[in-house]
Ligand binder design. Sequence first.
Ligand code: PEP
Length: 249
Amino acid sequence: MRKQIVAGNWKMNKTESETIQLINELKQQDLNSEVEVFIAPTYVNLSAAVKSTTSSEIRIAAQNMHQSASGAYTGEISAGMLQDIGVEHVILGHSERRAYFGETDELLKEKVKAALEAGLGVIFCFGEELEERKSDTHFDVVKQQLSTALFDLDATQWPQIVLAYEPVWAIGTGETASPEQAQEMHAFIRSLIREHYDYACADGVSILYGGSVKPANATEIFAQADVDGGLIGGASLQAEDFAAIVNGF
Ligand code: PEP
């Protein structure tokens, strides 16, 4: 059975004390124990977050990392550094990294490889822009993103991968893909993996939906056969809302 996962991407929000406070609020929530819960605070608060969650089921992810193991890359952080402080997963390919920091699928392929080599799990984000959906090229776009960044991986590496389909037009906009649109794309993604690898690989990978998920729409989206959870931005910054989404299964 595939893992049900809800991950909160905190983006560039929360100081250290606010991070600890929000984690403490989350720990007080009654969270569905069947669901794996990740939160992704900013780099500088990752250590504090790891320490604050040791006695809980909440797991910590980073929001990005560099593809090299070490060296003259001022301002950057490696997979090994994340792993060393107890971070288990890293979000790669978020649309904001693609749009504002020029990350391409070729670069993401290198980042994914480096993360997996360091023993990190990867939450890999991808999804089409509004224009691409309007011009009916969204399936081609997603296929290209996945093929370039992930399809060189060996089947044995796929258990370390979580996919997060995030249509760019639905991120932070309040506009959500309909449950049918999400299911249609998730089923397509799974069929691509089945074609490229096999049934076991395709059926084992958790595919999250991201884009304006809230307590009010989580249950309907998570009820879709190929939706295994969500990557949550805005609503992950409120403990009650995030808990309601986790409990939306
Ligand atoms: C995100 O940034 O990954 C995201 C899904 O944001 P929001 O939930 O705010 O749309």
